[in-house]
Design a protein around this ligand. Sequence first.
Ligand code: SF4
Length: 510
Amino acid sequence: MSKNGTILDHNKLFEDDKYVWQRERKREFENACPEEEVLQTAAYTRSREYLDKNFERQAVVVNPAKACQPLGAVMAALGFEKTLPFIHGSQGCAAYFRSHFARHFKEPVPAVSSSMTEDGAVFGGMRNLIDGLETSIALYKPAMIAMSTTCMAEVIGDDLSAFIGNARKEGVLPEGMPIPFANTPSFSGSHITGYDNMLKAILGYLYERSDERSIAAAGGKQLNVLLGFEPYTGNFAELKRLLELFGAEYTVLGDHSENFDSGADGSYAYYYGGTRLADVPTAAKAKGSLALQKYSLRKTIAYMEEAWGQRIQAMHTPLGIGATDRLLEAIAGLTGKPIPQSLLAERARTVDALTDSHNYLHGKRVAMAGDPDLLLGLIGFCLELGMEPVHIVCSNGDSEFEQEARLLLDASPYGAEAKVHVGRDLWHMRSLLFNEPVDLAVGSSHLKYAAKEAGVPLLRIGFPIFDRHHLQRYPVIGYQGALNLLTMFVNTVLEQLDGQAPAHSFDLVR
Ligand code: SF4
């Protein structure tokens, strides 16, 4: 608050004398380098010489475009009816996952931890886990608890299966309460691996403990759909709309859309929506399944193919016209129904919109960072519009992703300049933005500092997005999603053109 009582935004607030004074004293106390030296070093980190050194870096990761495994496990758990995510490990980890989701979705996120501290790390976390289960059941009354692990529990080798067994022996768990668990060590993989591990554990647990005869009697719906680590609640709504236009009977396996988008009606519940637990065993009898993030669902897909004998159509996030065409063809193939006329009309309108705007986007150089499935979708979308993906940074990608991205890029003249950087981070991306400039950057909020420093507009697409509101509500998949993406891309370019225009050509019509 300023001296005259006005509430200031922090852009202005920290210009206040007392903060300026505080900053100066802090620099003095820390015996900070002279400003000039800081500026010189900063300039050096933007140089070509530094880029080469940066890419030789082996032992340190700076600002990776990924989160840790149990964060993904929490999202997977929240995809099921009345399910409480239980994190076996320290409370700080759980606080990080909850705050990350709360900042992205702007929703409260129920999740508990066994709150291990130093003594748990030395003597094992079994007591914490059993007490934690007892308290969680008493307070939150879940129908299922889905348990994941943090680094600490993994490093000391806590045995979840044995601990949960002991909790049952102690009578802490209500008879028959499902407690699927997944080992989610954060020193390997990323949030997408954690999502996959937890989802596979939940599906396997509920299926393998169900009665084969009642499953056979209930039969299955036409198809299952899996969206994977999906940060867009709008994508759930869009996919359901498409399936309903087909008249398809479907089960979403892992539907966290309502838990991350509850309404404000004056009441608060811990659980909203989610896949019904009873629907999981019968999902094994569906005619086929559609997986929209093949890299985030690898183990789950392998499990469903092997244990359920499912025919699975797996694809990357369907962004743009071509990928949506393939999505609709897959639904048509699995349901045996033709693509509805209304969707063909929607496609035509989207193509028309892309044509209207493509002259502003054609030839634009793009840098992008994110998860493998999203990046493949973005590459396809950019190439459709004649944009040129140049830097593609995938911190949690692997050689299979790299190869698929390369194939996609090599199939278009607009992909010729692109380089795919697997296992690199956003500090590498910063060097690239300075030395091989682009017109647009695409990625999460974590890319904003590098993009701002390099003077490149950032389109916030992916996870997490902390510093803009409601983007997660707008779908990016399907023709509708392509239209939303197009709107973001083209208006960013037009905004930039307006910003650069001299007074004599400040166009009203573009
Ligand atoms: S990396 Fe490990 S210690 Fe850090 S938040 Fe994730 S689980 Fe916790």
